[in-house]
Design a protein around this ligand. Structure first.
Ligand SMILES: Nc1ncnc2c1ncn2[C@@H]1O[C@H](COP(=O)(O)OP(=O)(O)OP(=O)(O)O)[C@@H](O)[C@H]1O
Ligand SMILES: [Mg+2]
Length: 597
C-alpha cells in the first residue's frame, strides 16, 4: 500500500476528533477566540444544549476578509508572531479550532474590524458555501449549526441536550471566572441562563458564578513563591460539597483540569474536612514562562509543570496560610503510639428483630428501650443544638444505667461536638457521631425501602432552593425516586426547586444543603441506575444533612440513643465509606498510658 498525503478536509476532520469532542468544547474554543480578540463583552446563545446551534458574538477587534479566509485554514494563526511557543500569552495558538469545527458542522463566520465593513463566510462541513458582505457592529459573530450532523460516528456519542447544555454552561462559567473584566451573557433556548457584568472583582465574580455562600465563607488567596503567584478564593472548610466539580483551576488564566492541582487542594484541606467532602475553590496560578507547557493536550485543558513538587507545595502552603489566618487551624496530630492503642473493635450486633417494635430482652434492659432510643435519636433536633460549647460533659444525672449493660457503654460527654465519649465496662469508647449517623440512616433507608417507601416529614414552610438549570433538571427527573426516599420536591421556575418534605429519619434536615448536594451527586450518576441501586451514596449524602452532623451538640439522652441504635444495627461499626464509626481504648491500655501497668 502506498503512502499518500491526506486531503485537507480529511486532515481537519481528524483534528476535529481531538479538539471538538462535543458542543461545549466547540463553544470553549469560540469564547477563547473572542477573549483573545480583546472583547469587552461576549454573548453566547445556545439552542438545544448547543446540539442544533452555538452562537458567539463578541465586540473584539474583528478580522478583515482575507484574514477570515485564512482563519478557516488549518495551522493559520495570528497568535504566534515570533515562533516562540513558550511565551504564548493568548488562550489559542494552534490555529486549529475554526477549521476543525468547520469540518464537522455548518459554520458561519461574520466579522467587522473597526473602520471597515462587515464580511461573511459560510463553510459547510469543510466546503466553502458562500461569502459576501454582512451587516454587523464591530467584532465577530460565529454560528455553528448542527454539529456532527454529518459525522454519525461522533453524533452517536453526544448526550442529551440537557447534559450538553450543562457542559456548555460549565465551560462558559470557567472562562467568565478567568476574566472578571469582561461582560458575559449566556442564553439557552431563548432564556437568559447566566450574566456577569464587566469589571467585577474576582471574588465577586467567582461567588456570583458558583455559590453565593462563598462570598461570606471564603478567604482570599495571595501567595508568591519563587516567581509563582497563587491567587483566588478558597471556601472555608465548613463550606463543602459532595463532589469536586466546584473546584475551578486556572493556570496563566487558562481553565485547566489537573490532577496535581486537585491533589494539592485535597492535601491542604485534609484534617479540616470530612474525607469524602470537597472544598469550593477558584485558584489562579501564574507561572513564569518556561515553567509550564500548555501544549500537551489538543483542547488545552491539561498542562505540564516543570517542577510539579514546587507547584504542589505552593498551593498547599498558600491555602493553609490563608485558612489558618481565618482561624481554621489544622489540628496537631496525636502521637502515633497513642493512636495505635485506639482501635476499632468488632461488636456483634445485638440480636433484635430488625426494626421491630421493641428490643429482645437482653442484659436486663427495660422493655421498649430500643423503640424509645429510636424515637429520641431520630426525632427532630432539640433546641440544645445551637449550644456554642466545644466540648462538654453533662453530669449524667438522669439515673445512668451501669456501663456494663451495653457493649458501647454509656455516654459521658461529647468532644469537639463531633465525638461521643462513652464508658463501657472494659474501656473508653469514642464514637464519630456523624459517621455513625450516616450508617444508621443508610440501614434505616434500606429497611424502609424493603417495605415500600421512606417516611417523610412535611416542612412547615416549603423551602425554595435556587440552583442552576441543569441541576434543577436532574432533580426534576429524579423527583419520583427521591419521593420514595422521603424527599419531596418539585420544580419552581427554571432555576429553583421547592422542597415540601424531607426524610423523617433525618430529623430537622437542612433542606438547602441537602438538595444542593443531591443535585451534585446526581450529575455523577449513571443515568441508567436507579437511586435504589445507588442507595449508599444517596443515604450518605442525605445523612450529611441530618440532625446528627459533626459539629452539633448532642444531649446525653441523644448520645445514649445513638449508642443503643448502633448496637442494634447491623454493620454499624463502619461508616458508608468503610471507616470505623467508633473506636475503643481498653481499660488496660489506659492504665498503660499512665504507667500503672
Ligand atoms: N472572534 C474572533 N475575533 C477576531 N479574530 C478571530 C476570532 N476568532 C478567530 N480569529 C482569528 O482566527 C484565527 C484562527 O482561529 P483558531 O481558533 O482556529 O486558531 P487560534 O485561536 O489561533 O488557535 P487555537 O486552535 O489554539 O484556538 C485566530 O488566530 C485569530 O486571528
Ligand atoms: Mg482559537
Amino acid at each position: 500500500m502506498s503512502i499518500r498525503r491526506l486531503p485537507e478536509q480529511l486532515v481537519n476532520r481528524i483534528a476535529a476528533g481531538e479538539v471538538v469532542e462535543r458542543p461545549a468544547s466547540a463553544l470553549k474554543e469560540l469564547v477563547e477566540n473572542a477573549l483573545d480578540a480583546g472583547a469587552a463583552s461576549i454573548v453566547v446563545r445556545l439552542t438545544e444544549g448547543g446540539l442544533s446551534r452555538i452562537e458567539v458574538v463578541d465586540d473584539g477587534h474583528g478580522m478583515a476578509p482575507p484574514d477570515m479566509a485564512l482563519a478557516l485554514e488549518r495551522h493559520a494563526t495570528s497568535k504566534l508572531p515570533s515562533d516562540d511557543i513558550d511565551s504564548v500569552s493568548t488562550l489559542g495558538f494552534r490555529g486549529e479550532a475554526l477549521p476543525s469545527i468547520a469540518s464537522v458542522a455548518r459554520l458561519t463566520l461574520e466579522s467587522r474590524p473597526a473602520g471597515s465593513d462587515g464580511w461573511q463566510r459560510v463553510v459547510d462541513n469543510g466546503v466553502v458555501e458562500r461569502e459576501g458582505p454582512a451587516a454587523l457592529p464591530r467584532g465577530t459573530r460565529v454560528v455553528v449549526d448542527e454539529l456532527f450532523a454529518r459525522v454519525p460516528a461522533r453524533r452517536k456519542f453526544l448526550r442529551s441536550a440537557r447534559a450538553e447544555y450543562a457542559a456548555c454552561l460549565d465551560a462558559v462559567r470557567r472562562l467568565a471566572m478567568a476574566r472578571p473584566d469582561v461582560a458575559f451573557a449566556l442564553d439557552h433556548d431563548g432564556r437568559r441562563a447566566l450574566t456577569a457584568p464587566a469589571g467585577q472583582d474576582r471574588p465577586a465574580r467567582v461567588a456570583a458564578l458558583t455559590d453565593r455562600a462563598l462570598a461570606g465563607n471564603s478567604v482570599a488567596i495571595d501567595w508568591t513563591r519563587e516567581g509563582l503567584v497563587l491567587g483566588g478564593v478558597a471556601g472555608l472548610p465548613t463550606l463543602h460539597r459532595g463532589v469536586a466539580d466546584h473546584q475551578y483551576l486556572f493556570v496563566d488564566g487558562r481553565p485547566v483540569r489537573d490532577r496535581l492541582l486537585v491533589g494539592a487542594i485535597r492535601g491542604a484541606y485534609a484534617e479540616m474536612m470530612p474525607r469524602d467532602r470537597h472544598a469550593l475553590v477558584a485558584l489562579f496560578l501564574d507561572v513564569p514562562p518556561g515553567q509550564v507547557d500548555v501544549n500537551v493536550h489538543p483542547a488545552k485543558t491539561e498542562v505540564r509543570f516543570r517542577d510539579p513538587a514546587m507547584v504542589r507545595g505552593l498551593i498547599v502552603s498558600g491555602l493553609r496560610r490563608a485558612l489558618d489566618a481565618a482561624g481554621h487551624r489544622v489540628a496537631a496530630p496525636a502521637p502515633a503510639a497513642l493512636l495505635d492503642a485506639w482501635r476499632p473493635e468488632p461488636v456483634a450486633p445485638v440480636p433484635v428483630e430488625p426494626w421491630g417494635a421493641g428490643g429482645t430482652v437482653l442484659l436486663d434492659r427495660p422493655p421498649g428501650y430500643l423503640a424509645e432510643a429510636r424515637r429520641t435519636f431520630f426525632s427532630a433536633a432539640p433546641p440544645g443544638f445551637s449550644a456554642p460549647l466545644q466540648a462538654r460533659a453533662e453530669p449524667a444525672a438522669a439515673a445512668p444505667p451501669p456501663a456494663a449493660d451495653f457493649p458501647l457503654g454509656v455516654a459521658r460527654g461529647q468532644v469537639a461536638r463531633t465525638y461521643v465519649v462513652a464508658e463501657a465496662a472494659d474501656g473508653l469508647v469514642l464514637v464519630d457521631q456523624h459517621a455513625a449517623h450516616e450508617r444508621l440512616v443508610l440501614e434505616r433507608m434500606r429497611a424502609a425501602l424493603a417495605g415500600g417507601r421512606v417516611a417523610s416529614q412535611a416542612l412547615l414552610m416549603p423551602e425554595v432552593v435556587e440552583l442552576d438549570e441543569p441541576a434543577c433538571d436532574r432533580l426534576e427527573v429524579r423527583a419520583p425516586e427521591l419521593a420514595e426516599l422521603g424527599l419531596e420536591l418539585e420544580r419552581f421556575g427554571p432555576r429553583a426547586m421547592l422542597v415540601r418534605a424531607t426524610p423523617a429519619l433525618l430529623g430537622q434536615a437542612e433542606a438547602r444543603g441537602l438538595v444542593t448536594d443531591l443535585a451534585d451527586e446526581l450529575a455523577a450518576f449513571d443515568q441508567a441506575l436507579s437511586l435504589r441501586e445507588r442507595l449508599d451514596a444517596v443515604a450518605g449524602t442525605m445523612a450529611c444533612h441530618g440532625s446528627v452532623r459533626a459539629g452539633r451538640a448532642l444531649s446525653v439522652a441523644e448520645m445514649n440513643a445513638l449508642l443503643r441504635e448502633m448496637e442494634a444495627t447491623p454493620h454499624s461499626g463502619q461508616c458508608n465509606h468503610g471507616r470505623p464509626t467508633w473506636v475503643k481504648l481498653a481499660n488496660a491500655d489506659i492504665e498503660k498510658l499512665f504507667g500503672r501497668r
